[in-house]
Write a protein that binds this ligand. Structure first.
Ligand SMILES: Cc1cc2nc3c(=O)[nH]c(=O)nc-3n(C[C@H](O)[C@H](O)[C@H](O)COP(=O)(O)OP(=O)(O)OC[C@H]3O[C@@H](n4cnc5c(N)ncnc54)[C@H](O)[C@@H]3O)c2cc1C
Ligand SMILES: *[C@@H]1O[C@H](CO)[C@@H](O)[C@H](O)[C@H]1NC(C)=O
Ligand SMILES: *[C@@H]1O[C@H](CO)[C@@H](O)[C@H](O)[C@H]1NC(C)=O
Ligand SMILES: *[C@@H]1O[C@H](CO)[C@@H](O)[C@H](O)[C@H]1NC(C)=O
Ligand SMILES: *[C@@H]1O[C@H](CO)[C@@H](O)[C@H](O)[C@H]1NC(C)=O
Ligand SMILES: *[C@@H]1O[C@H](CO)[C@@H](O)[C@H](O)[C@H]1NC(C)=O
Ligand SMILES: *[C@@H]1O[C@H](CO)[C@@H](O)[C@H](O)[C@H]1NC(C)=O
Ligand SMILES: *[C@@H]1O[C@H](CO)[C@@H](O)[C@H](O)[C@H]1NC(C)=O
Ligand SMILES: *[C@@H]1O[C@H](CO)[C@@H](O)[C@H](O)[C@H]1NC(C)=O
Ligand SMILES: *[C@@H]1O[C@H](CO)[C@@H](O)[C@H](O)[C@H]1NC(C)=O
Ligand SMILES: *[C@@H]1O[C@H](CO)[C@@H](O)[C@H](O)[C@H]1NC(C)=O
Ligand SMILES: CC(=O)N[C@H]1CO[C@H](CO)[C@@H](O)[C@@H]1O
Length: 572
């Protein structure tokens, strides 16, 4: 049992509540600062303070004049739209949506379509928004234990940021003490990994141990150097063993090789009760299960994990561009819909859509088989003015180097999505509803990434079992810019929510992906976890008895009315 440090500040806070309001606010400010100062001393003076990363462009910050720094501003402008640059700063998120505090219209955004546009910052105010004033770059378990103790003693909430890609704003929280995981990027390869504490006669695995912040690109390169393949997502900067894997983690190889969460063998994690734990199938196995689909930011703060890897893969890869007219869209989507069951049975993963691009990947069949399998698609694409390339690629790295995924940094945008089960494709009505949805919403993307062929072990993961029965993860994305009004931003959330609800009417008994769903997902416990929710909630209560970790629509979420969520609109 952890002994929490005694903070005299907690008593001060109580006195403040009784005082006159303005006085109380002033004292609260002082006591907050005093609490952070005590905490800083307890971690060897490593507490850092943060401002929004675009601040150097502005001359007004939270209501007072500041001097712009043209050189620093110019660097921010150059890197503004690029994930790799944004990754260098605590004071942003990948999507500009969540560095802001939307309800208060507090933000510090540039014009992502042209970051040099002075209209965004000349004469406008930069606000702290949801960026924490104080953060700690976590180096080891004791940092996390100290932060949990601080939060428990002061009531100041914690936030955990890794790559900052989260679509629900779960990696920032206004007023919180932030833990930034970015330094935990170690990588290690095992020819024969046995989970800690498991009997040595237990099966061993070719595996990679990666610090929670190692990115997809780091991991793919490391795996390739060891002539193996790591199953991950389609982004260079998303962290492999962070929120991605804890929420499930899908990619182009998932139809054959499973979700990223299927591959985890062991986590090293600090649970909110202040304990460092190893979780695998032989110890803390309930926690291990919860961390394989129950979501990031909920059951503990992960330091590193070990996942088994696949051998080096030879793959058939199709990439194409489309030139069809809106009149021809119906036929295009009919081809994709009509062939989905066949393609899935053959081992294809794929993307179809204007945001994600157009790819088909198959690690199981020959080039001749692939050519014949995709013929309806390639014939149509070429006949309607597109280009189609199909070739054998000798490794995942070979593919990823040529197609490193989306680099959308800085765009404030939110998704809406649904998992579409195989049964929808097996009846004519389902096929026709899907085709109409796509024709009417041309910006929606089809991701053929659910683990259709993967032989999952029984109850190995805690994400919704709907993933196992699905062939599509269907996802739309809608965004705004620096000068969009609060009402228009609200409308964007409403539009995406309506889209998600429409998708739900086509697949009512399915689920949605925790990491890429509608921010206002209805009946979210059922959508994200299905029958696993009650067991997940018990595990949450066991390891986080004081409710120190809380995130939007996460297991055990305290709800919209908690002050942790003051920056989220109260919609629906
Ligand atoms: C451009 C882009 C591409 C994407 N591609 C894919 C894809 O191909 N496949 C896919 O499945 N998803 C994809 N996603 C979605 C992705 O899974 C989520 O954005 C996910 O939240 C990212 O996790 P992270 O840890 O990198 O990011 P963060 O935003 O830093 O963290 C996400 C959540 O996990 C928590 N968390 C992070 N690290 C830890 C930790 N060490 N311990 C405890 N909690 C932690 C955070 O508090 C937060 O709640 C993509 C997103 C974007 C923006
Ligand atoms: C934490 O303490 C160190 C050393 O005293 C100091 O340099 C640093 O500025 C402090 N951090 C904050 C956020 O005040
Ligand atoms: C900023 O706006 C002021 C007037 O509002 C104008 O004089 C100045 O040239 C502008 N600066 C830039 C960089 O556009
Ligand atoms: C984290 O990494 C950055 C970039 O490499 C480095 O500048 C910083 O000092 C590191 N912080 C800690 C606490 O190790
Ligand atoms: C799955 O495993 C978890 C963790 O051990 C357990 O709590 C849950 O009851 C199991 N679910 C089923 C359906 O067996
Ligand atoms: C890499 O792995 C492949 C597939 O397992 C194997 O055929 C090949 O010989 C390996 N190459 C090296 C250099 O080890
Ligand atoms: C497919 O990718 C290859 C490799 O990057 C590229 O040379 C080719 O032009 C692409 N084809 C299409 C149609 O986009
Ligand atoms: C798709 O299948 C339907 C039958 O369900 C058929 O009517 C339609 O012509 C097919 N479309 C294409 C483009 O093959
Ligand atoms: C197909 O390729 C040609 C030649 O590279 C190019 O001019 C054309 O724009 C491409 N078509 C599409 C739809 O991308
Ligand atoms: C799944 O199991 C079936 C039946 O045992 C087997 O034929 C198939 O190859 C397995 N699939 C994978 C991807 O391992
Ligand atoms: C927002 O800014 C863009 C680019 O500066 C401009 O074209 C647009 O008219 C502005 N919209 C509103 C509502 O002010
Ligand atoms: C603020 C807070 O959560 N305080 C808790 C700290 O932990 C003790 C038990 O160890 C709880 O009783 C407090 O409520």
């Amino acid at each position: 049992m952890l002994i929490f440090t005694n903070y005299p500040i907690a008593a001060l806070l109580v006195i403040c509540v009784a005082g006159l309001l303005p006085v109380a606010f002033a004292r609260e400010r002082v006591s907050r600062d005093a609490a952070f100062s005590t905490f800083n001393a307890s971690i060897g003076g490593r507490l850092l303070s943060a401002t929004p990363h675009a601040l150097p462009c502005f001359s007004n910050y939270d209501g007072h004049a500041v001097t712009p720094d043209p050189q620093a501003c110019s660097a921010v402008q150059k890197g503004y739209d690029f994930q790799a640059y944004r990754s260098l700063f605590y004071g942003n998120t990948m999507s500009g949506a969540w560095e802001a505090c939307l309800t208060k219209h507090e933000s510090c955004l540039l014009d992502y379509t042209d970051p040099s546009n002075p209209l965004a910052y000349n004469g406008t105010e930069c606000n702290q928004g949801s960026i924490s004033e104080y953060y700690l770059e976590v180096q080891e378990a004791s940092d996390v234990i100290a932060a949990l103790s601080f939060s428990n003693a002061t009531g100041i909430p914690l936030s955990i940021k890794n790559s900052g890609h989260d679509f629900f704003g779960r990696s920032t929280k206004k007023g919180s003490l932030a833990l930034w995981m970015r330094n935990l990027t170690s990588l290690g390869y095992h020819e024969a990994f046995v989970p800690t504490g498991c009997p040595s006669e237990c099966t061993s695995y070719q595996a990679i141990t990666a610090g929670t912040a190692a990115t997809m690109l780091d991991v793919y390169q490391f795996a390739d150097q060891h002539n193996v393949t790591a199953v991950g997502g389609f982004s260079t900067t998303v962290a492999w063993h962070g929120g991605f894997v804890m929420g499930g983690g899908h990619g182009l190889l998932s139809p054959v090789y499973g979700m990223a969460a299927d591959h985890v063998l062991e986590y090293k994690v600090v649970t909110p009760d202040g304990q460092f734990r190893i979780a695998n199938k032989c110890q803390n196995s309930d926690l291990f299960w919860a961390l394989r689909g129950g979501g990031g930011g909920t059951f503990g703060i992960v330091l590193e994990a070990t996942s088994w890897v696949e051998k080096q893969l030879t793959m058939q890869v199709a990439n194409y561009t489309v030139g069809y007219t809106s009149e021809e869209a119906q036929e295009f989507y009919e081809i994709v819909v009509n062939n989905t069951v066949k393609w899935s049975s053959e081992g294809w993963g794929g993307f179809v859509g204007p945001v994600v691009g157009y790819y088909m990947i198959n690690p199981l069949i020959t080039l001749a088989e692939a050519t014949s399998s995709l013929k309806p698609l390639s014939d149509f694409v070429i006949a309607t003015g597109g280009n189609f390339t199909l070739q054998t690629v000798p490794s995942w790295m070979g593919f990823f180097n040529a197609h490193p995924g989306l680099d959308i940094g800085g765009v404030p945008a939110v998704p809406g999505s649904r998992l579409i089960p195989k049964e929808t494709f097996e009846c004519a009505e389902g096929r026709s509803e899907l085709t109409s949805l796509m024709v009417n919403n041309p910006s929606v993307n089809v991701l053929l990434t659910p683990p259709a062929l993967f032989n999952a072990s029984a109850n190995g993961t805690s994400f919704t079992p709907a993933w196992r029965c699905s062939l599509w993860h269907l996802a739309g994305l809608s965004g705004w810019n620096y000068n969009t009004t609060t009402d228009e931003i609200k409308q964007t959330f409403e539009t995406v929510h309506d889209l998600a609800e429409t998708m739900k009417t086509i697949a009512p008994n399915s689920g949605s992906y925790f990491n890429e769903a509608d921010v206002y997902e209805s009946n979210y416990e059922e959508s994200f976890w299905g029958e696993n929710y009650p067991a997940l909630l018990k595990i949450k209560q066991k390891y986080d008895p004081n409710g120190l970790l809380d995130c939007w629509r996460c297991v055990g979420w305290k709800g919209q009315s908690s002050e942790n969520f003051e920056c989220y609109f109260d919609l629906f």
